[in-house]
Design a protein around this ligand. Sequence first.
Ligand code: ATP
Ligand code: MG
Length: 269
Amino acid sequence: MTDSQAAGTVPPFVSFEDVGLTYAAGTSSAVEALRNISFGVGQHRFVSILGPSGCGKSTLLRLLAGFLRPTAGRISVGGVDPEVARSTGMLGVVFQSPVLLPWLRVIDNVAFLLELKGVARTEREAIAMQFIDLVGLRGFERHMPYQLSGGMQQRVSIARALAFGPSVLLMDEPFGALDALTRDRMALELLDIWKRDQKTVLFVTHSVQEAVLLSDEVLVMSPRPGRISVVRPVALGRPRSKAQRHEREFVEHCKRLFDDLDADAALGV
Ligand SMILES: Nc1ncnc2c1ncn2[C@@H]1O[C@H](COP(=O)(O)OP(=O)(O)OP(=O)(O)O)[C@@H](O)[C@H]1O
Ligand SMILES: [Mg+2]
């Protein structure tokens, strides 16, 4: 243990310090999406973000991915600026809607980021096939994106982010377009990968149960301008299983989060 660890002064792996984001700042169409956002996420933690539509969850992930710069405050990932973290391959992103390259087959979409990294064809195709299998798309590897359903396209984009092997995964409602059974299966696969590869995950979801099933901690956001209204630790053992969802402790965690969301809505903030 280092001195700073012993003193409890190790900065969090992901940190937001008083971050604000106003779109089109200084114009008549300015929208203040986030205000005074401060939180930290430890390395190898699984943290979910819950909040009503429009509260700024995607904006928060875009800032963390380095696609947007905050208009106030400071963000760091692994001690560096988000743009640096992204350019060095530390970050993997799954967007709310699948962003696939329409002229590439499924296997080439999944292998695309590995190609940019300079991984040789045979190796990158083998890695891509492993993740295509994982998301249940074996048999579709030679299809084009337009030949897939929305949920299948989303699974391609999940496979692409995982195949790249980032240490930090940013996932924006990754399972939103999936049927209930596939969604559960993918959630548990994600937990296996998170544990095995010691990733740090920030996961946006609208499902309270999914947040509780997966997370070490849940950040609850209040309506626009988005703020973190409460941070709830999920004190449930691991490994997690679907069966836990019927247990009293699990249900109590969900109830508390529903109450948090209701309280924010009632305040009308
Ligand atoms: N590119 C943009 N330009 C201007 N305003 C934007 C832009 N993107 C988002 N906003 C605004 O910022 C606010 C937050 O949007 P954001 O997409 O982050 O919400 P969200 O919490 O992800 O919502 P949802 O749950 O519906 O996905 C909204 O008021 C939205 O109108
Ligand atoms: Mg969103």
